[in-house]
Design a protein around this ligand. Structure first.
Ligand SMILES: [Zn+2]
Ligand SMILES: [Zn+2]
Length: 285
């Protein structure tokens, strides 16, 4: 077991209520990565030019076509692999239905589904899912897992985007809004980075203010701190009523920047009726 796996195991021993979720999440991620691997992206200079005007890479026509083509061909074998993962009954049934569907469709139909997910076209996606009797959360989770596997690790690194100067409130790779934030120690104090739940890219963003609505009035922002826990806090916006889980420390990113491993912190926000954003399981708007 490597150091990161060992840390996760210790964490799960301390949080036994996460063990089932961990088995499902890790099992599914592993299965997807067994089948799908990174595709080639343009070089850094070209990426810099492509993203300068604020268009995320996957919303660039050529790159989107390349990613879609890879996802279209990986979808059926990934789903077959996923059927081998031990998951709760309802999820197993939804995966089985999705695998059967993917095996029967023409590539064009799969391509259409993947396009709707990648472009986050919720309205048309929901109509499509309904017409095909597919379960939305499962379809979104599987397709984003595939996209995650197709994006090279280099492009997910916060330093890459820091160098390129991307400081927008959406993911430079896929365009999703952030699921979590990370406060890192930098030379001059602390800097905030955002994390994508779709492709797991991390990128820099302004240290203060709401990442979702742009509210910068600090009298309309507050912090919820879980009792006896310093690793995670919730930044809450009174303007748009969203909360953002923020990892305050360093060294355990593999745990604390995973939405599923920090699900118990969401309760703090949900109890007070604040909204969660950025999850692949949810609609994007
Ligand atoms: Zn992303
Ligand atoms: Zn806000």
């Amino acid at each position: 077991m490597n150091r990161a796996d060992q840390k996760m195991q210790e964490y799960l021993d301390k949080h036994p209520f996460l063990q089932e979720t961990a088995a499902v999440q890790q099992g599914m991620a592993q299965a997807v990565h067994n089948v799908a691997g990174p595709v080639e992206f343009p070089a850094q200079d070209e990426i810099k030019a492509l993203t300068q005007t604020g268009i995320p890479l996957l919303q660039n026509k050529e790159i989107q076509e390349k990613i879609s083509a890879a996802a279209v061909s990986f979808l059926p074998p990934v789903l077959m692999e996923l059927l081998g993962v031990a998951v709760p009954e309802a999820l197993a049934a939804a995966l089985q239905r999705f695998a059967k569907w993917a095996g029967e469709q023409e590539p064009d139909k799969r391509r259409e589904l993947i396009r709707l997910v990648i472009t986050q076209d919720d309205e048309n996606l929901n109509a499509f899912l309904q017409a095909e009797s597919l379960q939305g959360a499962v379809v979104r989770a599987v397709i984003w897992q595939i996209v995650d596997a197709l994006v090279p690790a280099k492009l997910k690194n916060h330093e890459f985007w820091q160098k390129l100067g991307w400081v927008r409130n959406y993911c430079p790779v896929c365009g999703r809004q952030a699921i979590m934030a990370h406060l890192r120690k930098e030379k001059e104090g602390r800097a905030r980075f955002l994390v994508c739940d779709g492709c797991h890219t991390e990128w820099p963003f302004a240290r203060v203010g709401c990442v979702y609505c742009g509210n910068e009035d600090l009298t309309k922002m507050h912090i919820l701190e879980p009792e006896g826990q310093s690793a995670i806090r919730l930044d809450v916006c009174d303007e748009c009523h969203a909360y953002l889980k923020t990892y305050n420390e360093e060294g355990e990113e593999g745990i604390y920047l995973q939405d599923w491993a920090t699900l118990h912190f969401d309760m703090l926000g949900e109890e007070q009726n604040f909204i969660k954003k950025g999850s692949v399981l949810l609609e994007s708007k």
